[in-house]
Design a protein around this ligand. Structure first.
Ligand code: C2E
Ligand code: MG
Ligand code: MG
Ligand code: MG
Length: 270
């Protein structure tokens, strides 16, 4: 009697198919980017734009990054995929003449490569983007395998002049202190920290403590996943400077984001 094997075979086959299709899509540069605004809480001004990878496959349909990024990481495909994301985000930022940083997510497997800093420098040069207009979003997973190497790479990137942001802070389990000794210019608080913040006093206290910690280290904060006016009001009351969430703008295709940027320019001219 085989209960599990047929299922496992199906799962393994599905996984292999995803891998194959993803490899083809990366080689054909068939992925795309969506862009989500990061805005300042007080004035509503744009302070950054995050590039998020999107993939719609002819056979598999739309596959989200939460599904395909781990596959890309496990197979090494994240290296060419990540290089493409970096290039396309910088190309688009240059086309828009964006005057705030474009933020790009970087996986640990990309960061630890010897040539990563050169790849970043070459990409900036290719599109004539100034280093301070590029923000690299890193997760705490980068410190798990080789913290010394990670710190060394971050120091080299800092010397290049790009902005280093710690993504999803508060979602994981790493030692807070060791993360915050890295040469960072920003920390993004994970959206899980917002759950219950308008109803539950202890959630509010945790968020308040993390904002105070960041402030004491002079680290600017972006809070992720703000969906309701109540959450925004709570963050404003806590003195949080910047947010990124569905309330202030969903991730959008470049055409849509471009129109939003044009509208922003018009209204700031008035
Ligand atoms: P992330 O870097 O933390 O990006 C923010 C994610 O939160 C995005 O999901 C965004 O759509 C979502 N989000 C933004 N505001 C809200 C909100 O108000 N409510 C909720 N529920 N969600 C919100 P997305 O685009 O599905 O990406 C998921 C993750 O996949 C990203 O999380 C990032 O870790 C990874 N990822 C996406 N693109 C890339 C990429 O080009 N390279 C790498 N290495 N990772 C990427
Ligand atoms: Mg991110
Ligand atoms: Mg995040
Ligand atoms: Mg996240």
């Amino acid at each position: 009697m085989r209960f599990f094997a047929p299922n496992m075979d199906a799962a393994a086959r599905a996984r292999l198919r995803l891998e194959t299709r993803l490899g083809t899509a990366i080689a054909a540069q068939a992925l795309s980017l969506h862009f989500q605004p990061q805005v300042d809480v007080v004035g509503g001004r744009l302070v950054g734009v995050e590039a998020l990878a999107r993939w719609t496959d002819a056979e598999l349909g739309a596959v989200g990054p939460a599904e395909f990024i781990p596959v890309a990481e496990a197979t090494g495909m994240i290296v060419p995929l990540g290089a493409w994301v970096l290039d396309e985000a910088c190309r688009q930022a240059a086309e828009w003449r964006l005057d705030v940083p474009v933020a790009v997510n970087v996986s640990p497997a990309q960061l630890i490569r010897e040539d990563f800093v050169d790849v970043v420098a070459a990409t900036l040069a290719r599109h004539a983007v100034r280093p301070e207009r590029l923000k690299l979003e890193l997760t705490e997973r980068l410190t798990v395998q080789d913290p010394g190497r990670a710190a060394q790479q971050l120091t080299r990137l800092r010397a290049l002049g790009v902005i280093l942001s710690l993504d999803d802070f508060g979602a994981g389990t790493s030692a807070v202190a060791s993360l915050l000794t890295l040469p960072l210019q920003e920390v993004k608080l994970d959206r899980s920290l917002l759950a219950g913040v308008t109803e539950d006093p202890s959630s509010w206290q945790v968020l308040r403590a993390l904002l105070a910690l960041a402030r004491s280290l002079n680290l600017p904060v972006v809070v992720e996943g703000v969906e309701t006016p109540g959450q925004l009001a709570a963050l404003r009351a806590l003195g949080c400077a910047a947010v990124q969430g569905f309330l202030t703008g969903r991730p959008a295709a470049p055409e849509v984001m471009g129109r939003r940027l044009d509208l922003g320019r018009l209204s700031s001219v008035e």
